[in-house]
Ligand binder design. Structure first.
Ligand code: PLP
Length: 433
């Protein structure tokens, strides 16, 4: 058993001062056994905890670290910029540089506004959608997560095309009434909602690659259908690309599927490991944002030079030839070999991937496209799988609903080690050998 004594001790101390001992709930390890590991160092594909244990890391800070930990290009630009001060609250060259890098290389973004998190990006972009259309309601999908803003912490109500109910205490009913929650991958439900509320709907928001409740891969035709219906009804199509943006290609899921959304939100990779989010759209929409237009939105640390520089350094590497092909190949090999093992051992298990995102579903369904398709037994299997993964020196997010990320820093030998470790973990979870 790995030694977790110092992490355990640090967690006891943290719990005295922080709710649940953490600053973001899933970190508390409530979906797996034991208490959280306190990490102290990361370099490339590896992280080390306070007890000195080493892990190959596929959590990658929940997605931002597409180059791995402590990347030399990112660190070098960040330390140069930081040596001259950390924040001015004035324009700085790095925000223009990052914006230009994105606009020049993303077909669907004319202008971009930087904020400090994915939640802030989505929340602000929803305001833009409402401000531009003059309509109050939004459609979202069960199984997509868009951050913790009031109007997005809503789950489906009791029938198709009914209003939702909130998923957190503290959200007034009047906010929830503006959000319609539908099942993914269901064209009829969208048509029904548009028929009922069409004139009031500002936007349809979706993770085009839903990756927060397992990996619920949607068919391209469903996304094309949303584009078509939005065009027919003057509803804005909003792709939340906080995870998929710069991950499955520089143009994210929009580029991957070749579908143009009206509004996009970004986070994670865009900040090179610093707290950055952004929203972007065509100029006509972005010109509605203050100070050019009437949709107010501001931020003390928005466009912070250190964070912008980290984003510039990271995205420049992402633009290099073959960058995404290499990530995809490593991820394909990882998932292919684990799947072959599971099939060979008759383990009812499926591992899905797209680009460098992967997810183990603990069910033998070969398609999981809606939240309801997820096997109810999966979390229990995952717990056993997770215990053994840590023993094998492999770190992934501590919940069966979280996806894993392969980074440019993962070597072929990291992938070999992970294939081997995951085979052992699967054998443990399913009592093989
Ligand atoms: C698709 C999506 N949107 C929004 C968010 C919220 O981003 P943040 O955690 O930076 O507030 C997340 C976070 O995981 C996300 O995956």
């Amino acid at each position: 058993m790995i030694n977790r004594s110092r992490s355990n001790q640090l967690f006891e101390e943290a719990k005295k001062y922080l709710p649940g001992g953490v600053n973001s709930p899933v970190r508390a390890f409530r979906s797996v056994n034991g208490s959280p590991l306190f990490m102290t160092k990361g370099k490339g594909s590896k992280i080390w905890d306070e007890d000195g244990n080493e892990y190959v890391d596929f959590c990658c800070s929940w997605g931002p670290l597409i180059l791995g930990h402590a990347n030399d290009d990112v660190l070098s630009l960040v330390s140069n910029v930081m040596a001259d001060g950390t924040s001015f609250g004035t324009p700085n060259v790095y925000e223009t540089e990052l914006a230009k890098l994105i606009v020049d290389n993303h077909r669907f973004v004319d202008k971009v506004r930087f904020v400090s998190s994915g939640t802030e990006a989505v929340m602000s972009a929803i305001r833009l959608a409402r401000g531009f259309t003059g309509k109050p309601k939004i459609i979202k999908f069960e199984g997509c997560y868009h951050g913790h803003a009031d109007s997005l912490m809503v789950k489906a109500g009791s029938g198709l095309a009914t209003l939702g109910t909130s998923t957190s205490a503290g959200i007034p009913e009047s906010f929830v009434e503006e959000t319609i929650v539908l099942p993914l991958n269901n064209e009829g439900a969208v048509d029904e909602a548009i028929k009922k509320f069409g004139g009031e709907i500002a936007c349809i928001i979706i993770e085009p690659i839903p990756a927060n409740n397992g990996l619920l891969l949607q068919s391209k035709s469903f996304l094309e259908f949303l584009r078509k219906r939005c065009d027919e009804t003057s509803i804005l199509l909003f792709f939340d690309e906080v995870i998929s943006g710069f991950r499955v290609g520089f143009e994210g899921a929009s580029g991957y599927f070749g579908i143009k959304p009206d509004i996009l939100s970004f986070g994670k990779i865009i900040g090179g490991g610093f707290p950055v989010g952004a929203y972007g759209a065509r100029a006509e929409l972005m010109d509605c944002v203050s100070p050019d237009g009437p949709v107010y939105q501001a931020g003390t640390l928005s466009g912070n030079p250190v964070a912008m520089a980290a984003g510039v350094a990271q995205l420049q590497v992402c633009l290099q030839d073959g960058f995404y092909d290499s990530l995809k190949e490593k991820t394909s090999r990882l998932t292919r070999e684990i799947q072959a093992f599971a099939d060979d051992q008759n383990i009812p298990f499926h591992i899905f991937h797209i680009g460098s995102i992967f997810w183990a579903s603990f069910s033998n369904k070969n398609r999981v496209a809606t939240a309801d398709d997820i096997d109810a037994e999966a979390p229990e299997k995952f717990k056993m799988f997770y215990d053994e993964l840590l023993e094998q020196g492999i770190y992934i997010g501590p919940s069966s609903y979280e996806v894993g990320f392969v980074s440019a820093a993962h070597s072929e030998s990291d992938i070999d080690k992970t294939i081997d470790g995951m085979k052992k973990a699967l054998s443990k979870a399913y009592d093989r050998n």
